[in-house]
Write a protein that binds this ligand. Structure first.
Ligand code: TXA
Ligand code: MG
Length: 335
């Protein structure tokens, strides 16, 4: 197929997706972080179907995606100067801002809260879709996976997760970030990090010229489903071990006759290739950006291989690895 025909097909698909959304259907679409399961925020039944399809509790708020950065104050009230600064600097991009919601955002979308998560995604298909919907339109879109599971980073993952339950999946290839957006809350007087993600916290601090607090209650906060134990999790048991102990643990499990996969970084100074039929090595990038791109797809792939256990090497104790450390910890097995 020549390029022109492919472009034409894509435009047609985007127009079809917009029509489906306008008629109250749910459509999955690509963003730069992960695929989202979209619904028009003004359509109450499409919103409630999101919770049904995902199996997600209805008090867990959804992120609202829109296209026009300067319309931030259409969706939020009392937008502080620092939120405008972050929007101007990082949007379109993997950053979600939590702000007091305006009357244009229904409570069904925010799980009954008076704040809303807002984001302008940096993906040509997501932006084209939002523009096709028209002015002052927005899409609620959680990650397009079943509740508690790994977020999808390709259209095939969405098909595997929800294929039988949704009207359409727009295919935008593999997500370039691969981890969800960074969430900063402006609910209180100081900006707070609710979820580390696609934008490093240091970049945000640089723009605001201020230190960002990490939300201490992250783990237990009901308002943030991503912070419950065992979220973003594969089906196979996953354990996180320090570089020092990971091989010992692998040998222990192998001695019990179990097949294990070792997820280790290519630069690991204790990188040993254990010659053992029960131990399978997955070499990840030593670069946190590349590691983030690969993480969910790697866990999904390993999940299909019938390992008894996945052992992941704990990331370096460095702020650059914060989002990855967070996701590995959440994906890991808790007793
Ligand atoms: O990268 C992303 O953010 C992806 C793509 C599709 O945009 N979306 C995503 O949505 O990760 P979801 O629903 O899987 O995660 C949204 C997170 C949840 O932890 C939710 O609690 C939090 O955002 N959130 C949304 N609105 C909030 C609010 N008003 N207050 C506190 N947390 C909020
Ligand atoms: Mg999610």
């Amino acid at each position: 197929m020549n390029k022109k025909t492919t472009m034409h097909l894509l435009e047609e698909n985007i127009a079809r997706a917009a029509t489906l959304l306008e008629s109250g259907k749910n459509v999955a679409f690509p963003t730069e972080t992960v695929y989202g399961l979209g619904a028009d925020i003004t359509n109450a039944s499409a919103i409630s179907r999101i919770f049904e399809i995902k199996g997600r509790p209805t008090n867990h708020p959804l992120i609202v995606h829109f296209a026009e950065i300067d319309r931030l104050d259409y969706w939020a009230n009392n937008v502080p100067e620092s939120a405008w600064k972050l929007a101007a600097h990082f949007w379109p991009g993997p950053l979600t801002l939590i702000l007091p919601k305006s009357s244009h955002v229904p409570l069904t979308v925010t799980g009954g809260q008076d704040t809303v998560g807002l984001r302008v995604p940096d993906h040509p298909i997501a932006l084209a879709l939002l523009k096709a919907l028209g002015e002052n339109k927005a899409l609620a879109a959680p990650s397009a996976n079943r509740f508690g599971r790994l977020s999808p980073t390709s259209a095939i993952h969405v098909q595997q997760e929800l294929g039988d339950k949704i009207s359409m999946i727009l295919d935008g290839g593999i997500c370039k970030i691969g981890l969800e957006s960074t969430i900063i809350s402006f609910r209180d007087s100081i900006p707070l990090l609710l979820r580390p993600g696609g934008i490093p916290i240091t970049a945000i601090e640089e723009v605001l010229n201020q230190k960002i607090e990490l939300n201490k209650n992250l783990k237990h906060s009901l308002a943030t489903p991503g912070t419950h134990a065992s979220h973003y999790a594969p089906n196979t048991r996953l354990e996180v071990w320090s570089t020092e102990f990971i091989h010992q643990r692998a040998l222990e499990l192998s001695a019990e006759g179990l097949q294990v996969a070792l997820i280790i970084r290519a630069d690991s100074d204790q990188l040993i290739h254990i010659q053992n039929d029960n131990i399978y090595h997955i070499l990840m990038s030593a670069n946190p950006i590349e590691y983030g791109q690969q993480l969910y797809a790697t866990l999904r792939m390993l999940d299909e291989k019938n390992f008894s256990c996945l052992l992941a090497e704990a990331p370096p104790d460095d702020i650059k690895w914060l989002a990855i450390a967070d996701r590995l910890q959440r994906a890991s097995f808790k007793t």
